[in-house]
Design a protein around this ligand. Structure first.
Ligand SMILES: [Zn+2]
Ligand SMILES: [Zn+2]
Length: 249
């Protein structure tokens, strides 16, 4: 429903189960963005949290209370985010190494290297098809490669073009944070992951979490098309305002 440092939220649906993954928007803005996708807010099943950064949890507390949703969160993220989240009536702690089910969706979390307490990203499955989500990771690990192997659809961070970041106007400390091992994935890293990935089942990739300042959608489109050369794979670039449309898998 929106992707970038101004707020992130992703919907995953199977049958009657609708998951909202992260929510970096206010309750009102979340309702507006759900309406754009013809989703009745009261029909959501649960909220899942990747990590405690504001662009991912800014709206989790208010939206969970507004809609009475259970919040799935790792214990480290909960501890780091507790103040910001406020009182939650229904907390479901998960372990980033263990799969769990929510309604008709199997959730397979995996840990990622990011400057957060206990961050996780996810592969969602209905037992037949699977969708991977990977943003907010400083580098690609063996764990990540294993987790995303054989997914049917991939939502993947393309945060920054390295030259643009290093020659840009950000303070040096922030540049080092973003470019560090616990920062974000740059266009090269994500393209490399795509090249190395088992793509037998892959039917689409959407690029997420692009930096406004240090990236350009055209650069990402070029990276996607060269990394996926020759394969018939749907390529999309998500943005802050609209995210991307429903994709059926
Ligand atoms: Zn983020
Ligand atoms: Zn983050």
């Amino acid at each position: 429903m929106g992707s970038g440092s101004g707020g992130n939220a992703t919907l995953v649906e199977e049958g009657q189960t609708r998951l909202l993954v992260d929510c970096g928007f206010s309750a009102k803005e979340t309702r507006r963005r759900l309406a754009l996708r013809n989703v009745v807010p009261e029909s959501l099943s649960a909220l899942l949290v990747t990590h405690e950064h504001g662009d991912h949890i800014g709206g989790v507390g208010v939206v969970a209370r507004d809609l009475g949703l259970p919040v799935y969160i790792t214990s480290g993220t909960l501890r780091a985010a507790q103040k910001r989240l406020g009182t939650l009536a229904n907390i479901k702690e998960f372990n980033a190494h263990e799969s769990f089910g929510v309604g008709e969706i199997e959730v397979n979390p995996f840990p990622v290297p990011h400057d957060a307490r206990d961050p996780a990203q996810f592969v969602f499955s209905n037992g037949d098809r699977s969708v991977g989500l990977l943003t907010d990771a400083g580098h690609i690990t063996r764990t990540i490669q294993e987790a995303l192997k054989g997914v049917d659809y991939l939502m993947l961070e393309f945060n920054y073009e390295r030259d643009m970041l290093l020659n840009g106007s950000y303070p040096e400390a922030l540049k080092a944070r973003i470019d560090g091992d616990y920062g974000h994935l740059n266009n090269d890293q994500s393209a490399q992951l795509l090249r190395a990935l088992d793509k037998q089942r892959l039917c689409g990739v959407v690029a997420l979490h692009l930096s406004n300042e240090n990236n350009h959608p055209d650069k990402v489109r070029f990276r996607l098309s060269t990394a996926l050369q020759g394969a018939e794979i749907l390529q999309t670039v998500a943005d802050q305002e609209h995210g991307f449309d429903w994709v059926g898998i």
